[in-house]
Structures are given as structure tokens and as C-alpha cells.
Design a protein around this ligand. Structure first.
Ligand code: AMP
Length: 149
């Protein structure tokens, strides 16, 4: 984690905040939503990224989207879990940024998004930045600042 110095906090690199791709739970566009629901339940996350086999980012899928997609007129239709694929349910409207973008951008995205997807120069998926990681850092930063006064 970066040390407190005179650098403007809004301009610091986001690299140290990235949870790397190997540690990110994800599904593929062609998976069934049953598989996605299992991954979401087992991981305990509300939403996870959708990546293809080349680790390119396609969007994200959430428990709420899956439940909504199996909602019939009068009942929940669990049999649809095996018929619908992730690509039919996921959203491609997501918070995404380049690893070279400044901290300021991550902070601003985190107001409305619990996590932000981070990509490299060639749009390769590098990982995610979670809101909790940013808040933990800011908490430490401001406490340190107070001590120094
Ligand atoms: P947190 O701030 O740690 O509660 O994480 C916020 C959200 O980011 C979670 O609800 C998930 O949607 C996502 N997330 C966090 N860590 C991971 C991970 N390792 N893999 C996939 N998604 C994650």
C-alpha cells in the first residue's frame, strides 16, 4: 500500500488497490445462469465479472439479475436456470477503468459501484478494485494525517 506523502491523493496510482485476476471469481458468457448462481452463492458476492476464455471483460452478472430472469407471472420458474445463459442476463453497463487512470476516477466510480473492473493497455482484464479497499485506504490515510498535525 502506498505511503502517505505530499503527493495529491487523487492522482496516485490505482495499481496497489487492484485485486488481481487470479483472485477474482468470474463466469463466462456461455455458462448457464444456474452455474453463475452457484458461483455467486458459494463466493458470497452479490455480483461478479463476466470474462471470456481470453480473459476479456464482457460485463457483470448479479444475483438480482438472475432471480429477475426466472420470475414468471405467478411463480419463480427454477427450470429456466438451466436454459438461460449468462450473456442473456448480464449487463455490459459497468464501471471499468484503465490501470493508468488516477485514484480520483476509482473514487468517483465507487460512489455508485461496489467494485470497478480494471483493464490494461490492450483491454486485458487485470482485476477489480472494491469500494471497501478504497475506504480502508482513505480511513488509514486520514488517521495518519491527523496524527501528523
Ligand atoms: P467488498 O467491498 O469487499 O464488499 O466487495 C464489493 C463487491 O465486489 C462484492 O460484493 C463483489 O460483487 C465484488 N467482489 C469483491 N471481491 C471479489 C472477488 N474476489 N471476486 C469477484 N468479485 C468480488
Amino acid at each position: 500500500m502506498q505511503k502517505l506523502d505530499s503527493t495529491n491523493i487523487l492522482d496516485i496510482s490505482i495499481q496497489p488497490f487492484v485485486t488481481s485476476v487470479e483472485k477474482v471469481a468470474h463466469v463466462q458468457p456461455g455458462n448457464t445462469i444456474e452455474h453463475a448462481l452457484l458461483v455467486l452463492i458459494k463466493s458470497g458476492y452479490t455480483a461478479i465479472p463476466v470474462l471470456d476464455t481470453s480473459f476479456k471483460l464482457h460485463g457483470l452478472i448479479s444475483k438480482a439479475q438472475i432471480l429477475d430472469s426466472i420470475l414468471g407471472l405467478e411463480r419463480i420458474e427454477p427450470e429456466r436456470l438451466q436454459q438461460i445463459t449468462v450473456v442473456d442476463v448480464m449487463t455490459d453497463s459497468i464501471a471499468r477503468m484503465k490501470v493508468t487512470d488516477p485514484f480520483e476516477k476509482a473514487l468517483s466510480y465507487s460512489i455508485n459501484h461496489p467494485f470497478i473492473c480494471v483493464e490494461g493497455d490492450e483491454n486485458e482484464f487485470l482485476g477489480i478494485i472494491t469500494r471497501s479497499r478504497l475506504l480502508a485506504y482513505l480511513n488509514g490515510y486520514f488517521h495518519e494525517h491527523r496524527k501528523k498535525k
